[in-house]
Design a protein around this ligand. Sequence first.
Ligand code: MEV
Length: 406
Amino acid sequence: MKKLTSLTDDEIRTLASTGGLPPDIADHMIENVVGGFTFPLGIATNFRINGRDYLVPMALEEPSVVAAASNAAKMARVKGGFTVTNTGPVMIGQIQVVNVPKPETAKSKLLARKSDILKKANDQDPMLVSLGGGAKDLNAKVLSTIKGPMVITELIVNTGDAMGANAVNTMAEAVAPMVEEITGGRVLLRIISNLADRRLVRASAVFDKSAVGGEDVVDGIVLAYAFAEADPYRCATHNKGIMNGVVAVGIACGQDIRALEAGAHSYASRSGKYKPLTTWEKNKEGDLVGELEMPMAVGLVGGAAKTHPTARADIKTLGVKTATELAEVMGAVGLAQNFAALRALASEGIQRGHMKLHARNVAISAGATEKLVDIVAKKMIEERKIRFDRAKELVAELSGSKKRAA
Ligand code: MEV
């Protein structure tokens, strides 16, 4: 590393540290491993979901998110917390067939051979089948593409407590020869779809109008939602706020967060227009009602959820017993996060709270020691100059005066 980069010995030591992840495990997780990368891990509090209390681990770099989630959950508790349901752990595996001589006939033949194809798929994972999961159904569709018609076979798989990418991809590859023989075409892609629209969570909560700061705040949040509903530029940020919570819990619990992001945003676009993953309205009592609906493809068996010791400890802290329970918690956190962002945006804005934490981060990066962080941050906020150069000056000044005083 040293020869190839301009890194100092200290920087190399920093890179090489793997934190709570033993180096040999890191080495088996990905390729060309040189070290680890650690995010701060916070615990969001006050979450009551389906009548149960949860401590929610969140790993991320952004200040305010954990505090905002905890605060939102506290407000939701007044009316009983979050209610969440799910559609079950069902994923879709796609098999693309090209050069099909008679696409519509091929589609009918595929449907007629459904039970043979499902049997072949299920032979790949007897364990999953014994637990009640496995390939349950089959779709076939003819797509008209820029390269002509294609026949797409879809396996509908209950993946149980797994996220399911491995199980589904193995099944899709296994049935490919049979699909070729039935269709007379050539199979190309065999892969899971991240548009997990059969693996949805639906979270809802009623926020008491007094607890959230009055009916003006309720109206403000409903107007903020209307803005996102009408405008994709705002909607992207609205949904980003939801993902702040979903992804932070996802990272903490060793989930594939790229899959979660892909699922969320493709689901948000399913009507052909990009829409919010939540809705907000005022009920006749004047309270605020929030609902979230989104795909949540998460797992407890396989992947980093099993191999990463921190993820295992986080899942234990959370206390979830099934993948769908984890998905439900993540849905509630997404809704809470969205509520907190809209409430802040529709009132004092997010910068005041944000800046306090941001100032601390700037102070730390300018070299402030533990004793100086708060002093430097406070001074920069007073001066309204939260900048690295100013933090450096203050650190130099204050370290000098501390040394002299000692
Ligand atoms: C910042 O990370 C997230 C927000 O921008 C979300 C939103 O605007 O709704 C505050």
